[in-house]
Design a protein around this ligand. Structure first.
Ligand SMILES: [Zn+2]
Length: 340
């Protein structure tokens, strides 16, 4: 049988399946007919159905959605009736177990304020004769006020600070050094919760310093004074020497994918003012961003790399950030005399 005869027979089969055999015109029969015709004429080439210019537009729209350009402008926190519209985990109080070498003076250094404040929290406790192992309430959140940052991050302080709450995927190194504004703490909690959902197998993250309860000078930092700066460890691929303090990472041991997720989650809300990350690690993060098809324009706005100074990018090199990253959040309308 010639191929021409075959084709005619197939077309006839299709017409019969589609229109002729009404009594048995099941979807199955029509499918057989359609497959037969398709086998003769071949599959339609999908791209020919779309205008290439339209395709490019769709592609760039999806890149914009995935890699929104960070803005320098202050994007006010979403509020409902003047209160932050953020559903977040918050710490309500902090208890301190007294160590053998600690006394009232040390407690006042750690939690600031007067002894009368501690006495109010702990009625009946003799602060002149504290005993090791004693459990003391040292902070309670005032539910009627919202914390605010006052002044800039290198000379300022803050009021009614929030405490970084505990979490499953991170440890807090020194709780008395993790007070910040509501926005700083809730942004970190939001990022860490999303991070846990996305990377449940990730290594533990260490939360370092934010600020003291009332802010002010915090050795050894220049900043960390007004509740808008936070240090935390990099996600890593290897096991560190110990989990008691920040340990150095390098371009191989940093988990670049997970770190980029953290950075992106934080900056996508446009509440981040700047991030300090060592130049050597930025290279690994830029390579990861390229692997994920980030547009060059986005990479240039976010990373200083390959330069090591003066590009105005969000992520900058600063000495001492090989074992942790430092995020500074923007001022909020509720803050006072706030600047960088
Ligand atoms: Zn820092």
């Amino acid at each position: 049988m010639s191929s021409k005869t075959l084709r005619i027979l197939f077309v006839f089969a299709f017409l019969w399946a589609s229109f002729g055999a009404q009594k048995e015109s099941s979807a199955q029969m029509r499918a057989v007919g359609l497959r037969a015709v398709a086998s003769i004429f071949g599959q339609a080439k999908t791209p020919s159905l779309f205008d290439p210019a339209q395709l490019r537009k769709i592609e760039s729209l999806s890149l914009d959605l995935r890699w929104p350009m960070p803005t320098r402008e202050l994007v006010s926190w979403p509020t409902t009736d003047g209160s932050p519209a953020v559903d977040t985990r918050r710490a309500d109080e902090l208890w301190h177990t007294l160590r053998p070498w600690q006394d009232t003076e040390r407690l006042l250094e750690m939690y600031q304020g007067r002894v009368s404040r501690l006495k109010k929290f702990n009625p009946g406790v003799q602060f002149s004769r504290l005993l090791a192992g004693e459990l003391l309430l040292v902070w309670q959140r005032d539910r009627d006020v919202l914390s605010r940052s006052i002044g800039d991050s290198t000379t300022g302080f803050h009021q009614d600070a929030e405490l970084m709450p505990k979490g499953d995927n991170y440890s807090i190194l020194y709780p008395h050094r993790t007070f910040g504004t509501f926005y700083t703490v809730s942004e970190m909690v939001r990022m860490l919760d999303l991070f846990e959902a996305r990377y449940p197998e990730a290594s533990n993250i260490l939360i370092g310093d934010i600020s003291f309860r009332l802010g002010g000078k915090m050795t050894p930092h220049v900043s960390h004074r007004s509740g808008r700066d936070i240090d935390f460890s990099y996600p890593r691929k290897d096991e560190p020497v110990n989990w008691k303090r920040f340990q150095d990472v390098n371009a191989r041991s940093i988990d670049a994918e997970q770190t980029l997720f953290m950075i992106k989650t934080l900056i996508d809300s446009n509440q981040v003012n700047m991030i300090f990350i060592d130049h050597r690690l930025q290279g690994a993060l830029v390579r990861e961003a390229k692997r994920q098809d980030a547009p060059q324009e986005w990479i240039n706005a976010v990373f200083q790399y390959p330069q090591s100074s003066g590009t105005g990018a969000l992520v900058r090199h600063s000495k001492g950030h090989i074992n942790h990253m430092h995020v500074r959040f923007k001022c909020q309308p509720t803050d006072m005399y706030c600047s960088l």
